[in-house]
Design a protein. Sequence first.
Length: 142
Amino acid sequence: MKGKLLSTLIASAILLAVGTQSASANIGDDTRSDARWANPDFHYTPSLLSPSDEDWYYWDNETGSNKFIWAGLQSPAGLNYDITGFLITPSGQEYTLYSNESGPGGFDSFGTTIPAGGKIYFRIKADMFDYGQKYDFHFTRQ
Ligand SMILES: [Ca+2]
Ligand SMILES: [Ca+2]
């Protein structure tokens, strides 16, 4: 009896996982450890899925030299989304990078230099949220 309950629970958990995955292409980028690689100059335009949803991106500076980057987030019209950067130096030191705050429908951005061998994470989350609204995140690299 106990064994049957357990296997039922496991089966339900698997179904739940599969169901969640097919429901959203965004799954897997909700935390820093699941961050998605971001290409310079590419525009990422998904939706946040709930008021507490976060989207994480990262970029490794494997170019061999220090690179200046400029990251920007266009909020959906009438909504306020925010972007925060987390710079990790090659020695493992971490710095939090804050953007300007442009308010609902605004464009928040910041610039920083990523040392060779360093890494940056970008976190996008909503301050004012609504369903089905797309943001536009991209960064340029010099
Ligand atoms: Ca997400
Ligand atoms: Ca904002």
